[in-house]
Design a protein around this ligand. Structure first.
Ligand code: CTP
Length: 404
């Protein structure tokens, strides 16, 4: 998903020593993908963990390592280097560089640019849990925060040194989110909103080895969840069995049946917006067999008694205090697209229906593209045939506009 909120921005990334330095490579990749310029300063210790060449290849820029390089000084002095960016990011930030920053030391290029800069600074600490919790580090952090340095707090978890606790470098997408919040705050119109998305098919068991299913791939629903997260929403994605990967930055609840999907949706409430893109099975087998159904020689094939599944969209969209402000349903049809979509809008109490023609000749079911109409009380809006990712982005933008 190519977001462009950081397009044209410039980050000076200081990579200090530590096993987490490898994550700086992913961070650079994510920033470059958004069109953000990245120039790296690598400390001597950082150079023990990642090479200038790998930083240079990913950032597509010269990597600075040495305070007293005459060529560097003639091309760009360290003062200029520290001010040419919109933001200085230290990731990973070791206990040592944080101490130098707090103490105002400037004994190498990294600490010198951090002292000389007049730009905002963001640090992403990473170190052993004892070092992080040490009063010296905590006092340095308090000093830096008080001076306006922004912090992406370390995560808790297992560490390379076999200890457990806070000190793990935040994941690169979390660091990118913090950079976006500083450099492009308006690009996150859904910040502070909670979105619920359903996606994929459901599987309704016949017996322990057989089930009723449908051809939904989950591509469209997953793309919508990712697009809402890109715009800053906290997203809960309730996903039926699909082979597409979990989108990044989204909380995913994996379910099998319609009943489980409804439960997961209800426990995600309250939400500001709910998008029901799942192809929920309309019926389930009334009494799924507990053992495998066997063929009986000469006997007729078994008949399956079906019973309706709950309508998840209609249940969540029913008027009441927990109804999301905006409820978006889908109508996948092979005939009478508009009439069916308008019927569903009313019957299910949705605010919008995203209607699409899933006749086999369209190639939409399971394919990479979608051609949709947005049906609401205000009328019908027809969108061109687009990649499912683009439909998702356009829908997320429209949701952001509607929530205001
Ligand atoms: N939906 C749902 N729960 C169900 C069935 C459908 O939440 N048990 C939602 C879908 O996620 C979609 C919308 O309702 O947003 C319409 O789904 P669709 O399958 O097109 O419609 P159905 O209600 O199944 O109607 P029909 O079978 O008559 O087309």
């Amino acid at each position: 998903m190519a977001a462009v909120s950081l397009s044209g921005k410039r980050v000076l990334l200081v990579v200090s020593g530590g096993i987490a330095a490898y994550k700086a490579l992913e961070l650079i990749r994510l920033l470059r993908r958004q069109g953000c310029g990245v120039t790296c300063v690598l400390t001597d210790n950082g150079g023990q963990f990642v090479t200038p060449l790998s930083l240079q290849a990913l950032s597509e820029s010269k990597v600075y390592t040495d305070l007293f390089s005459l060529t560097d000084e003639s091309e760009m002095g360290h003062i200029q280097l520290s001010r040419a960016a919109d933001l200085l990011v230290v990731a990973p930030a070791t206990a040592n560089i944080l101490a130098k920053m707090a103490g105002g030391m400037a004994d190498d290029l990294a600490s010198t640019v951090l002292l000389a800069t007049d730009k905002p600074v963001l640090v992403a600490p990473a170190m052993n849990v004892r070092m992080w919790l040490h009063p010296a580090t905590q006092a340095n952090m308090a000093t830096l925060k008080q001076r306006g340095v922004q912090v992406v707090e370390p995560n808790e978890g297992a560490m390379a040194c076999n200890e457990f606790g806070p000190g793990r470098l935040a994941e690169p997408p979390e660091i990118v989110a913090a950079i976006e919040a500083l450099l492009a705050p308006g690009a996150k119109p859904l910040a502070g909103r909670h979105a619920l998305v359903t996606s994929g098919p459901t599987h309704e068991p016949i017996d322990p080895v057989r089930y009723i299913a449908n051809r939904s791939s989950g591509k469209q629903g997953h793309a919508i969840a990712a697009a809402l997260a890109e715009l800053g929403a906290r997203v809960t994605l309730v996903a039926g069995p699909v082979s597409v990967p979990d989108p990044r930055g989204v909380t995913v609840r994996h379910v099998e049946t319609a009943a489980e999907m409804l439960d997961a949706c209800q426990s995600a409430l309250p939400v500001d917006v709910a998008v029901f893109a799942a192809a929920v099975a309309d019926w389930r087998v009334e009494q799924a067999a507990t053992g495998k159904i066997k063929k009986q020689p000469g006997a007729a094939p078994p008949s399956l008694a079906l019973t309706p599944n709950p309508d998840i969209l209609a249940t969540i969209a029913a008027a009441g205090p927990r109804r999301p402000r905006l409820v978006v349903g889908f109508a996948a049809e092979t005939d009478d697209l508009m009439a069916n979509a308008q019927g569903k809008l009313k019957r299910k109490n949705a605010d919008w229906i995203v209607a699409n023609d899933v006749s086999p000749e369209t190639g939409i079911m399971g394919g990479a593209e979608n051609a949709v109409h947005i049906v609401s009380a205000a009328g019908i809006e027809t969108w061109p045939r687009l990649a499912k990712d683009d439909v998702a982005r356009r829908l997320a933008k429209r949701i952001a506009d509607a929530l205001g």
